[in-house]
Design a protein around this ligand. Structure first.
Ligand code: FAD
Length: 322
C-alpha cells in the first residue's frame, strides 16, 4: 500500500491506438487523463513494419512511427503519459481503485480499459525468428494479406477466425494451404464449408508445422508433418499466417467485469460501457471480431465520450443507468 493515494478523474490503461485516442478526446474535454503505457508502449502495432490501412497515411507508415505520433498528439493536450503496469483493481465501490506496479494506489472517477489482446503463436524458434525480422510471419491476414498478393501462403488454424482469414487470403493469393491439427475443423459448419468450397485453398488435416523455412531474411516455405503417419514435406510459401486465437489482456479485471469465455470484456452493445458504472472499455480488449487499429481508435473515442457524459451526469447529480 502506498503512503499517498492519488486521485484521478480519468485513468486510461494501455497505450495502443485505443488508449491514445481515448486520451486525446478525454484531454480535450478537460478530464486531465492519466495514461499508463504498460510493458508495451505503443501496443501491438509497434511489432509491425508497415501499416497501410490506417486513414491519413497515403504512403503507409511503420507501426512504431504511427504510435509515436499518437502519443505526441495525446501529450499535446496534456495527457499525463506514464510508464507503469496496472497490477490490481478494485471496482467494488463508488470510487474505482487501481494499483500500479503493485504499490501506487490511485482512486479514479472513471477508468478506460484499453489493454488490448495478444495474438497466440505456435512458439517455434523459426516462427519467432521470421516474426521478429518482419520477414513473412503474421497473425493478421486483414493487416498483412495485401503484401502477399499473387503469392502462395500457408495458414495454421481450425476455428472460425482461421477460416475467415484463409478465405480472405484466397482472394489475394494464388494458393492458400491450410494446416489443421485434427481430422476436422473446430469452425462452424458454414465457415468450414466456405473454405472447403474455395478452389485455391488446400486443406491438410492431421498436419502440423515442424519449421518455418527461410533464407535468413524472409520466409520461403513451411516444413510440415502428418501427426498420424509422421510423414514430412515442404510447402513453398512466402507468408506464414498463424490464426490460432488471441488472448485478451483482461485477467486483472475478471473479478469485477463480465467477460466472455475467451476473456474479452463484454460491453453494453453500441457503447463502451461495462457492467460497472464509470468503467469503460475500448479496443481489442473487447473486440474479437474486427481487431484493427482504426476500430480500436474508434472505440477509444467512444470510451472517452461515454466517460465524459458519465462524469457530467454524475456532477449534475443525475441518475445514470448502466
Ligand atoms: C503484427 C501485427 C500487425 C498488425 N497490423 C495491423 C495493421 O496493419 N492495421 C491495423 O489496423 N491493425 C493491425 N494490427 C492489429 C492492431 O495492432 C490492433 O488491432 C490494435 O493495436 C489494438 O489496439 P488496442 O489499443 O486495443 O491494444 P494494443 O495495441 O494491444 O495495446 C494494448 C496496450 O495495453 C497495455 N497494457 C496491457 N495490459 C496492461 C496493464 N495491466 N497495465 C498497463 N498497460 C497494459 C500494453 O502495454 C499496450 O500498450 C496488427 C497486429 C499485429 C500483432
Amino acid at each position: 500500500m502506498s503512503d499517498t493515494i492519488e486521485k484521478v478523474k480519468c485513468l486510461i490503461i494501455g497505450s495502443g491506438p485505443a488508449g491514445y485516442t481515448a486520451a486525446i478526446y478525454a484531454a480535450r474535454a478537460n478530464m486531465n487523463p492519466v495514461l499508463y503505457q504498460g510493458t508495451q508502449p505503443g501496443g501491438q502495432l509497434t511489432t509491425t513494419n508497415e501499416v497501410e490501412n490506417f486513414p491519413g497515411y497515403p504512403e503507409g507508415v511503420t507501426g512504431p512511427e504511427m504510435m509515436i505520433e499518437l502519443q505526441k498528439q495525446a501529450e499535446r493536450f496534456e495527457t499525463d503519459v506514464r510508464n507503469g503496469w496496472v497490477t490490481k483493481v478494485d471496482f467494488s465501490g463508488d470510487v474505482h481503485k487501481v494499483w500500479v506496479n503493485e504499490t501506487k494506489e490511485i482512486h479514479c472517477d472513471t477508468v478506460i480499459i484499453s489493454t488490448g489482446a495478444s495474438a497466440k503463436y505456435l512458439g517455434l524458434d523459426s516462427e519467432q525468428k521470421y516474426l521478429k525480422l518482419g520477414g513473412g510471419v503474421s497473425a493478421c491476414a486483414v493487416c498483412d494479406g495485401f503484401f502477399y498478393r499473387n503469392q502462395e501462403v500457408v495458414i495454421v488454424g481450425a476455428g472460425d477466425s482461421a477460416c475467415e482469414e484463409a478465405h480472405y487470403l484466397s482472394k489475394l493469393c494464388t494458393k492458400v494451404t491450410m494446416l489443421v491439427r485434427r481430422d476436422e475443423f473446430r469452425a462452424s459448419k458454414i465457415m468450414a464449408a466456405r473454405v472447403k468450397n474455395t478452389e485455391n485453398i488446400e486443406i491438410l488435416f492431421n498436419t502440423e508445422t515442424e519449421e518455418v523455412l527461410g533464407d535468413g531474411q524472409v520466409v520461403t516455405g513451411v516444413r510440415v508433418f502428418n501427426n498420424q503417419t509422421n510423414e514430412k514435406h515442404d510447402i513453398p510459401a512466402t507468408g506464414f499466417f498463424v490464426a490460432i486465437g488471441h488472448k485478451p489482456n483482461t485477467d486483472i479485471f475478471k473479478e469485477y467485469l463480465s467477460l466472455d469465455e475467451t476473456g474479452y470484456i463484454i460491453n453494453v452493445p453500441g457503447t463502451s460501457k461495462t457492467n460497472i458504472e464509470g468503467v469503460f472499455v475500448s479496443g481489442d480488449a473487447a473486440d474479437h471480431v474486427y481487431r484493427q487499429a482504426v476500430t480500436a481508435a474508434g472505440t477509444g473515442c467512444m470510451a472517452a465520450l461515454d466517460a465524459e457524459r458519465y462524469l457530467a451526469a454524475k456532477e449534475a447529480n443525475i441518475e445514470v443507468s448502466a
